[in-house]
Design a protein around this ligand. Structure first.
Ligand SMILES: C[S@@+](CC[C@H](N)C(=O)[O-])C[C@H]1O[C@@H](n2cnc3c(N)ncnc32)[C@H](O)[C@@H]1O
Length: 210
């Protein structure tokens, strides 16, 4: 195994799981994930950190995809430990392996920063959502302040290579709006105790028209 493969298989999943489980981040998950209803699809479910936040009484089925085999295994273990019947598949958001109008709700947390083609992923999310369905999002991304954004632009090329393709400068709510969703922002702001270049977060609901 070369150094790059070793880093991506062994080190990066731990770094991601650790960064994505910080207290402030978990607090924000708790504001978003329990809103999931009906047949739910989670994009980039790797690690399974969100599982504990779903309201089991509100969900009729749960499916998810992730391209990363190690993270997907953790998600499967977490689902099994909770006694869930979960349809977890290896796949990418650019070509979601489910038929049109399969889901009432999409959950997308800290994943659009990492996909290769956000516009294509959003087209796919629209396709698998039923009319009137909703996407719950919680992402870090492009900061509103020029100074912070300048740092994000400078750091991003190195950051991407270390953090599994994670981008720092992607727009969040604006990207959902650009993809034709009606967005209700539930919150936004810098995450306390996080470096500002990686700490700007936006969370909310993106609705597909009925
Ligand atoms: C920072 S982690 C977040 C994991 C999880 N969503 C969470 O909230 O803890 C980014 C995730 O996106 C996944 N990912 C990367 N590229 C992807 C793609 N093209 N389609 C779907 N998921 C992708 C990664 O494998 C990883 O699990």
């Amino acid at each position: 195994m070369g150094i790059r493969n070793w880093y991506e298989a062994k080190v990066m999943p731990r770094l991601i799981t650790c960064a994505c489980s910080q207290g402030q981040v978990m607090k924000r998950r708790a504001a978003v994930v329990p809103l999931a209803r009906g047949d739910v699809f989670e994009l980039g479910c790797g690690g399974g950190i969100n599982h504990a936040f779903y309201d089991p009484g509100a969900i009729t089925s749960y499916a998810g995809i992730d391209p990363h085999a190690v993270l997907l295994d953790s998600a499967r273990e977490a689902a099994q430990a909770m006694g869930w019947v979960a349809d977890l598949r290896q796949g990418r958001g650019e070509a979601i392996p489910f038929i049109d109008s399969s889901f009432d709700c999409v959950v997308c947390t800290f994943t659009l920063c990492s996909v290769d083609d956000p516009a294509q992923v959003m087209r796919e999310l629209r396709r698998i959502l039923r009319p009137g369905g909703q996407a719950l999002f919680l992402e870090h991304g492009r900061a509103p302040d020029d100074g912070v954004r300048g740092w994000q632009e400078r750091i991003e090329p190195v950051w991407k290579r270390l953090a599994g393709g994670c981008h720092l400068t992607r727009p969040i709510a604006g990207a959902w709006q650009g993809a034709g969703f009606a967005v209700e922002t539930l919150g936004q702001g810098y995450t306390p105790k996080a470096p500002r270049f990686a700490g700007w977060m936006e969370w909310g609901i993106a609705r597909k028209s009925a």
